[in-house]
Design a binder for this molecule. Structure first.
Ligand SMILES: [Zn+2]
Length: 364
């Protein structure tokens, strides 16, 4: 009888093990399966100024299924800053990057001006490779929140100095050469970076095997999507190839920076172009996550821009049918889309400071 109970227990355990493996794991080779409850690679993507109206605008004007519709898990993030109902990209970026609420305009520090580590800093300390890919100047508020500490988002040259001194970084792609090359202090930060092992380019190179690659394409921000072409999705592809050659995993932040610019201009056609471009970049990240277990992809935003809404179309909505209610940001919450390992932890209503905390909890 004892033996029988033991046998039954052993069978039950084996079944449980098998079931839990099936539920959480991805079958890699035949009967082999990996525990995907632990996250090794994190791809965090931020559509600047992209709330639900912008996402739905992309969906309504697209011939194809958008990347947003590929996510199994969605949540909602409250975006207000330490001192305002309506955040800017500095406080919004800092909340997502560091998990700390700060005042509008501040980068990588708490409201009382204490510098705080970003998720990029923390994961680099854990041995992960890191990258930041944006279409704005690399010194702009969102990327700066991950890479720098400054009391004022407009201190582009100081932020560039922080980036050049950042020991944690492997890849940066963006604009902003001016803040590295033609500075008030006459220091050429690219020379400084080169001496520390960086390869610096003004175009996306073929070879992604170097350990430290800076692709800074333009004087300030990159051109708008129509003119700059597909450098954002290409750069995501490049960064993923480069960062994934390390068994410790990686953290990659990608920003569709100029959705916000077009929304400030209440320019629906350009905004749709920017969303299309970001959508393509997201698809590349999702394809990577599908083929690489233990990868988590999060897509969210720092705030909504333009107070975009959809009323009374002339038949089917086109880019010219959208209505704007402000040239500034609004207080609207933003969506959180999650895919891959640990995605189920990102549903419900959360604060923007919860996103990085939830990611960190899942890291192996
Ligand atoms: Zn803005």
């Amino acid at each position: 009888m004892k033996k029988y109970v033991f046998l039954e227990f052993a069978l039950l355990s084996a079944t449980l093990l098998f079931t839990s493996c099936n539920n959480r794991g991805t079958v890699v080779n035949n009967n082999d399966c990996q525990d995907t409850s632990k996250v090794r690679n994190v791809i965090l993507m931020i559509g600047d100024g992209m709330s639900l109206p912008q996402v739905y605008a992309a969906m309504m004007t697209s011939e194809n299924t958008t990347s947003f519709e590929r996510f199994p898990v969605t949540g909602i993030s409250i975006t207000k800053s330490f001192n305002k109902e309506i955040t800017d990209s500095a406080a919004g970026g800092t909340a997502i990057a560091t998990g700390v609420k700060t005042k509008n305009g501040m980068i990588g520090m708490s409201a009382d001006s204490i510098p705080v580590p970003s998720i990029l800093d923390i994961l680099a300390e854990k041995g992960k490779k890191t990258g930041v890919v944006v279409t704005s100047s690399i010194t702009h508020a969102t990327p700066a929140s991950f890479l720098a500490k400054n009391i004022n988002r407009n201190n582009n040259e100081e932020i560039a100095m922080d980036i050049a001194n950042n020991e944690h970084l492997n890849i940066i792609v963006g604009g902003g050469r001016k803040y590295f090359e033609t500075r008030k202090d006459s220091i050429n930060l690219f020379d400084k970076m080169t001496s520390k092992g960086w390869k610096v380019f003004d175009y996306l190179p073929e070879d992604y095997s170097d350990d430290k690659i800076a692709v800074i394409t333009s004087k300030k921000h990159m051109e708008s999507a129509k003119i700059r072409g597909d450098i954002l999705p290409q750069s995501v592809n490049f960064a993923l190839k480069s960062l994934s050659n390390d068994e410790n995993g990686f953290f990659l932040m990608v920003e569709g920076s100029q959705i916000d610019f077009a929304a400030h201009d209440n320019d629906s056609v350009t905004m749709i172009d920017e969303l299309r471009d970001f959508d393509e970049a997201i698809n590349i990240a999702l394809d990577f996550a599908e083929n690489n277990a233990n990868t988590l992809v999060i897509v969210t935003a720092d705030h909504e821009t333009g107070g975009l809404t959809m009323i009374d179309p002339n038949g089917k909505y086109t880019a010219t049918d959208f209505h704007w209610t402000t040239k500034s940001h609004s207080a609207l919450p933003v969506p959180v889309f999650a895919f891959g390992s640990g995605a189920e932890n990102f549903s419900g209503i959360m604060d923007n400071t919860d996103i990085m905390k939830r990611i960190l909890k899942l890291i192996e």
